[in-house]
Design a protein around this ligand. Sequence first.
Ligand SMILES: Nc1nc2c(ncn2[C@@H]2O[C@H](COP(=O)(O)OP(=O)(O)O)[C@@H](O)[C@H]2O)c(=O)[nH]1
Ligand SMILES: [Mg+2]
Ligand SMILES: [Zn+2]
Length: 285
Amino acid sequence: MKTYEGRVIKAVASKFFVDVEDGVKVCFARKKLKQDGIIFVGDYVTVQKDRDAFVIDEVSPRKNCLIRPYVSNVDVCFIVIAPEPQPDLLLVDKVIVNCHQQGIKPVLVKNKCDMGHIDASEYSDVLDVVECSAASGEGIEELANMLRGNTVCFAGQSAVGKSSLINALLDSDVLEVGELAKKIRRGKNTTRRTEILSVGNGAYVVDTCGFSMLEAVDIPPEELRLYFDDLEAFRPQCRFNMCTHTSEPDCAVKAHVGKEIGEGRYQRYLTIYGELVERRENKYN
Ligand SMILES: Nc1nc2c(ncn2[C@@H]2O[C@H](COP(=O)(O)OP(=O)(O)O)[C@@H](O)[C@H]2O)c(=O)[nH]1
Ligand SMILES: [Mg+2]
Ligand SMILES: [Zn+2]
């Protein structure tokens, strides 16, 4: 019996497409795995060839897992913004928090630079920022270099150019772009398959990042500060060691807002903090 190590790249019904050393094999899951219920796209698995059938025998422990769609072992998240539609920076900040929670490296991707420049100086101490254009090709090589050996998901509002960027990276048109495509798809009553696309150099991309990355984080409000690196840098200077930078006296973070800390970043921190407080109150009332 031959054994392979591979990665699940696509799931359709009860079939799993596993990328192994000599190509992609269509596999079924062993009964014992089916009982646990779960093999996710992105999982690293052991496959056995059993006569003519390929069977997934074991799933390696996951580094992380996104939901809706379920995709595991994501390394990097490209958070895409563009001059048009107008950036939703609250969404950006929520995704950054979710990334930190899941052990995913966030990268801010300013797409459509052919249309104009977005000021993202607030983020210079928070994460890597790349300027690019799926249309002109500018910055695509830099993105490709960041992909190397990584599994990358794309987060961002509709129409910022996520599918266009993936197509540019793949140098093809595998993904549907724009409004028309969306309408056609809606009409088809879709059975959504989940898939990660191999872009070479051991890199994979996921078209969407999943619902879990866009939703408000589920953490106690007091812990939110830990996920805002730019604020956290000043916390040792706050009077209280556990300062949440909201209403405490002698808060060094507040003293630096508008200077090293962007006014907008701080306001969005307060907004997310408020949402987390509200969520907790709803939970226990
Ligand atoms: N000018 C310009 N338009 C772009 C660029 N990238 C994408 N678009 C356009 O923006 C629209 C939405 O792109 P799409 O990839 O479908 O966005 P998604 O919803 O985030 O996947 C389409 O009309 C694209 O042609 C870019 O770099 N520059
Ligand atoms: Mg798209
Ligand atoms: Zn403080």
